[in-house]
Design a protein around this ligand. Structure first.
Ligand code: FAD
Length: 496
């Protein structure tokens, strides 16, 4: 029994129906028509490619249906004030970056030791591809490497698409509202709904959003609050029409505002925008005014205010209940990681779950599972917290506090100390391994991208300038092997 029909619920329904297609299992998804879905969550990491691949769904099928676009990374203007680093870029990495990446890593290393080398990731990774807005491999011009990417999509359309897929795979869909949950110790025996009465099941998946209707009522439920590390607890969102006179971007823009940041997510027909802020520093009304002013919105534009609960459950799988999605936890959407956590949770659960577990739950297996999911949440938390810790803005109390007052993990502190003292960051990242979740290239992008370097630099020799020239030539030379974003999307539509 899956409770909740947001993106998490329908992703779980599809993956479970697919994995258990040869078993005698019946899956029901229940959602309320009185309680809506969160209605946001429109950017992904490249991990989502694996979701569609495992279900055998082609881009030509789902992308046009969800007004989806390609995403090569995230740009962060107005987080750093260091000259030359006012806007940095976190790309999705691929074999291309492994080729030119070595030059980037070496340049960063030199700059950390005081030599004036070009070390802004924005200049290096995909820069020519982004500036020309080319993003998808050209089908007639084979590539010597693959360019990794994620997606932007309309959350409502994706939900509908996944619902139809799940129903076609045999998932039963019931519209009703859960009023109470019947428990027996740590297990759930049944839910009681307003119209259909009592519904019993062997296993329950809680996809009820921030309410955490099932998981949150478990006898030993504990929630780890992240609000001392990540201050933001609210968002105000709006959708604006696409400006067809401008090229379609293949990146999310996450721009620092006065007391938080604003995303711009380009879809085929519109741009989704949202200001993520802390209501300790700006009121919802003032945040809305700032959003309206920044985007030049007309009075008539309808905005939506949301609250966010930032943190995670200590145990995502408890008794015969698994929390998936906002019910299990949430880290603010700066790196668009929520659906990656959803997918990872379901995939790992499907690996760990054995049908006899419903009668005799294996406590050890659950412990290992819960630790693994917590490790992923905490690693993402470190990476997102790093953005705030490294900001150099002085203009508002919010940005100063985000740098000076947030509580960060010992792990992140050790990494920053090592970086600042020109220590062996590569070894530290290698030792931390999976704990730091993000790759070396991502950490380098963040740390170098914010311009965290010594100030009195010595000039580099001519060899460095030549190396940089070669990278640019390599990128520009490969540009012809990529298609314009819009051309690629049009060809997907035509191939349906
Ligand atoms: P919801 O969408 O809230 O769905 C909850 C479901 O539970 C609904 O169907 C509701 O009807 C049902 N329900 C609740 N109570 C009951 C009841 N009593 N009886 C029956 N049914 C019930 N994620 C990303 O990956 N990328 C992003 O860019 C991103 N941006 C975000 C921006 C913001 C501001 C926020 C807040 C989140 C963002 N997320 C993002 C997270 C993403 O939106 C969610 O992870 C995703 O939508 C999944 O939500 P959900 O399905 O867990 O919950």
């Amino acid at each position: 029994m899956i409770v909740g029909g947001g993106t998490a619920g329908w992703m779980a329904a599809n993956l479970m129906a697919h994995r258990w297609r040869d078993r005698d299992v019946s899956i029901m998804l229940l959602e309320s028509d009185a309680i809506g879905t969160i209605g946001v969550g429109e950017g992904s990491t490249p991990y989502l490619k694996g979701f569609f691949k495992s279900l055998g769904i082609d881009e030509s099928e789902w992308m046009p249906a969800c007004n989806a676009t390609y995403k090569c990374g995230i740009r962060f203007p107005r987080w750093s004030t260091v000259p030359g680093y006012e806007s940095y870029y976190h790309p999705f990495f691929s074999p291309l970056d492994r080729e030119i990446g070595q030059v980037f890593f070496e340049n960063v290393r030199r700059r950390r030791s005081g030599i004036d080398t070009p070390a802004n990731p924005t200049d290096f990774f995909h820069a020519p591809f982004l500036s020309s807005n080319a993003c998808a491999p050209h089908p007639e011009k084979p590539l010597p490497f693959e360019l990794d990417y994620g997606y932007h999509f309309d959350a409502g359309l994706l939900g509908r698409f996944l619902r139809e897929k799940a129903k076609a795979a045999g998932v039963e869909h019931l519209i009703d509202t859960v009023s109470t949950v019947e428990r027996n110790g740590e297990n759930i025996e049944a839910i009681v709904t307003e119209k259909s009465g009592r519904i019993a099941a062997d296993f329950f998946i809680d996809c009820s959003g921030f309410r955490a209707l099932l998981l949150g009522g478990a006898p030993d439920y504990r929630f780890r609050d992240f609000s001392r590390t990540l201050f933001n607890n609210a968002a105000v969102t709006v959708q604006i029409e696409r400006d067809f006179s401008q090229p379609l971007l293949s990146e999310t823009i996450s721009e620092g505002l006065s007391s938080g940041w604003m995303w711009r997510i380009p879809l085929q027909n519109r741009t989704g925008c949202g200001y993520v802020y802390s209501n300790h520093y700006v009121s919802p009304d003032a945040a809305e005014t700032e959003l309206r002013k920044t985007l030049g919105l007309p009075e008539s534009a309808r905005v939506n205010h949301l609250k966010m609960r930032v943190g995670r459950a200590e145990e995502h799988w408890q008794g015969n209940c698994l929390g998936v999605g906002l019910s299990q936890g949430f880290i603010e959407p700066l790196e668009a990681t929520a659906l990656m956590l959803v997918q990872f949770t379901i995939e790992h659960f499907l690996e760990a779950f054995r049908f006899q577990d419903t009668e005799a739950p294996g406590p050890h297996k659950k412990t290992v599972f819960n630790e693994r999911i917590n490790q992923l949440f905490d690693g993402v938390l470190d990476y997102v917290a790093g953005h705030y810790k490294l900001n150099s803005r002085e203009d508002t109390a919010y940005w100063r506090a985000a740098r000076e007052e947030i509580v960060i993990s010992d792990r992140l502190q050790a990494l920053l100390d090592c970086w600042d003292n020109n220590g062996d960051v590569d070894r530290l990242l290698e030792q931390a391994g999976a704990e730091l979740v993000y790759s070396r290239a991502s950490w380098y992008s963040l740390l170098a991208g914010m311009g965290r370097f010594p100030r009195n630099l010595r000039p580099a020799d001519a060899a460095v300038a030549r190396e940089h020239q070669e990278v640019r030539r390599f990128c520009t030379g490969n540009l012809a092997r990529f298609r314009q974003h819009q051309t690629q999307l049009d060809s997907l539509r035509q191939s349906v």
